[in-house]
Design a protein around this ligand. Structure first.
Ligand SMILES: NC(=O)C1=CN([C@@H]2O[C@H](COP(=O)(O)OP(=O)(O)OC[C@H]3O[C@@H](n4cnc5c(N)ncnc54)[C@H](O)[C@@H]3O)[C@@H](O)[C@H]2O)C=CC1
Ligand SMILES: O=C(CO)COP(=O)(O)O
Length: 329
């Protein structure tokens, strides 16, 4: 039996790392860049010099800027920024095999609609099976072959099982789940909370404040997710608490780094320095969604106010510390 094929859409750090992980199980993997120069540079150098330098592309990987590559792919990994998942999905219409699973690997909520990535995919490609991959995993770590574990969720558990087997490597372990919503919520919300943790550390408020923020952030994440039917065990797993702990604690995170720079006094508009900070895109839609669900998310609200320069960091912290006393939970 011939081995399967895969198309990875989005030639960023994460798409490149995932393509390399999947290489051992696939006959061919296309990695699609919407920038022709990037596809050409990756073909020439056999590495992603722009986003994941120093990691050699496996032999079966073919960088391309031709979206028709998806016609020959058994499955698709969607690894673009969350806000362009819709426009890239539109390109897939009429090009996919009916049984090709589209796996969302982006972490965010769509602005304007409030939809999670799987819901965006269902909106544009209603007949296509979908899955989501999320968890604590820096592309640089995965690219260097450091041990990493993530969650892969699909509606049908046998689909999740098949995808876990096809994407795993000896140092990249996937756990299956049927809680797509819980997995996606964890990935989207932790980015916003990581900005808050970065602010705290950049401001020099200490490890105790960081731990308090992380724990109270997790309470917010839990409340928000449970109100939408996610399972508590998903939130306590890799894609929830695991990714929250990683992203809230490491300068390797772009979201944490954005917060850190703001904590040190930089203006939010310049602090990101052109990096993809998904939390900044998700914050306004997350807080709007929480309000419409009647879920309190004071930390996410504070991040949003800081990003919009409606409040100073010191005032946001003061407001969080002076909230009415309440029971923990
Ligand atoms: N870098 C990481 O460690 C991880 C990233 N993720 C998620 O993966 C997603 C992608 O992140 P990265 O690969 O890190 O980003 P990146 O900034 O390294 O690369 C983003 C890539 O998206 C593509 N892109 C940008 N605009 C596009 C458009 N309009 N149409 C089509 N493609 C476009 C480009 O090829 C670009 O190189 C994000 O949602 C992120 O949260 C998830 C886990 C780990
Ligand atoms: O999602 C990630 C780690 O799991 C990457 O985090 P950043 O997008 O903050 O860099």
């Amino acid at each position: 039996m011939s081995r399967p094929t895969l198309a990875v859409l989005g030639a960023g750090a994460w798409g490149t790392a995932l393509a390399n992980m999947a290489a051992r199980h696939h006959e061919k993997i296309w990695i699609w860049a919407h920038e022709p120069w990037l596809a050409a540079a990756m073909r020439d150098a056999r590495e992603n010099v722009d986003r994941l330098p120093g990691v050699r592309l496996a032999d079966c990987i073919e960088p391309t800027d031709d979206i028709d590559c998806v016609r020959d792919a058994d499955h698709i990994l969607m690894v673009t920024p969350a806000q362009v998942v819709r426009s890239v999905s539109v390109l897939l219409k009429g090009r996919l095999r009916p049984d090709s699973v589209v796996v969302s690997c982006a972490k965010g909520i769509e602005r304007g609609t409030g939809l999670y990535m799987r819901e965006v995919l269902a909106d544009v490609l209603p007949d296509q099976p979908a899955a989501a991959l999320s968890g604590p995993s820096f592309a640089e770590d995965v690219g260097r072959g450091l041990p990493t574990a993530v969650t892969l969720a699909a509606d049908r558990i046998e689909l999740a099982e098949m995808l876990c087997a096809r994407l795993a490597s000896p140092h990249f372990r996937l756990y299956r789940s049927s809680d797509l919503k819980g997995v996606e919520i964890g990935g989207a919300v932790k980015n916003v909370l990581a900005i808050a943790c970065g602010v705290t550390m950049g401001r020099g408020l200490g490890a105790s404040a960081h731990a308090a923020l992380l724990a109270r952030g997790f309470a917010e994440l839990m409340r928000f997710a449970l109100a939408q039917g996610a399972k508590a065990e998903t939130l306590m797993g890799l894609s929830g608490l695991g990714d929250l702990a990683l992203t809230c604690s490491s300068p390797q995170s772009r979201n944490y780094s954005l917060g850190f720079a703001i904590g040190q006094g930089e203006k939010p508009q310049v602090a990101g320095r052109g990096a993809l900070t998904e939390g900044a895109w998700t914050a306004p839609v997350l807080t709007a969604k929480a309000r419409s669900l009647g879920v309190e998310m004071p930390i996410a609200e504070a991040v949003q106010a800081i990003l919009e320069e409606r409040t100073e960091v010191a005032d946001a912290i003061g407001a969080l510390m002076s909230r009415p006393f309440k029971a923990e939970g």
